[in-house]
Ligand binder design. Structure first.
Ligand SMILES: [Zn+2]
Length: 202
């Protein structure tokens, strides 16, 4: 419980901060105290960048990664249009692959996985947009890089069926990432092995 010894506005800040992932009330209080002592400029810059996040960040109209332009930096780079398209669940997974620096093509962010029990079907993901890209862009290989969880596997399987009739190389990342694992928590070497060890499934 946040004690009443704090002024109301400080209590409110602690409550809001404590909702952030990885922060409990203790660390929220520590951050609030830090902001209280920090100079006004620094605090205003932080507040402005949080506000800008919601005002300016949108999704790329081609791949659905986060961007503040119509196209993200990867889609806007002609050198990345090399025919390889890597399909990931989330922008966090895309960023993990990018930080590892192991893939030089373009991406498609599904914004989730199929989860019929939670009511998430193909129409809730960016699958229609993926199929349209395959018709429009000169893509020769699709790498299915959904996570090796049961939902990720089911989504990869669904996508394989959806593109089966096309003349297209389809591969699935394979080695290195353990079952139940998550790309964004996987180290660079393991990601690299998973990408190199991808197997053709069409
Ligand atoms: Zn993009």
């Amino acid at each position: 419980m946040i004690t009443n010894a704090y002024p109301a506005s400080l209590q409110e800040l602690i409550r809001q901060l404590a909702k952030l992932p990885g922060l409990g009330e203790k660390s929220a209080t520590r951050i609030a105290m830090h902001l209280l002592r920090a100079d006004r400029d620094a605090v205003e810059r932080l507040a402005a960048s949080i506000q800008e996040l919601k005002q300016r960040i949108r999704t790329c109209e081609r791949c659905f990664h986060f961007t503040d332009q119509p196209l993200c930096a990867i889609c806007a780079d002609p050198a990345r249009q090399n025919g390889a398209l890597c399909v990931v669940e989330s922008s966090a997974d895309l960023l993990a692959l990018e930080s590892a620096g192991i893939f030089r093509g373009t991406y498609h962010v599904l914004q989730g996985t199929l989860a019929p029990l939670d009511g998430v079907g193909p129409d809730d993901l960016r699958i229609k947009e993926l199929i349209e890209r395959l018709q429009r862009e000169p893509i020769s290989e699709v790498i299915l890089a959904t996570n090796p969880t049961s939902e990720g596997e089911a989504t990869a399987h669904y996508l394989l069926q959806a593109v089966r009739h096309r003349t297209l190389k389809v591969s699935r990342i394979a080695y290195g990432i353990p079952m139940g694992g998550d790309l964004k928590y996987t180290d660079r070497v393991t990601l690299e092995r998973a990408m190199e060890g991808r197997r053709t499934i069409q």
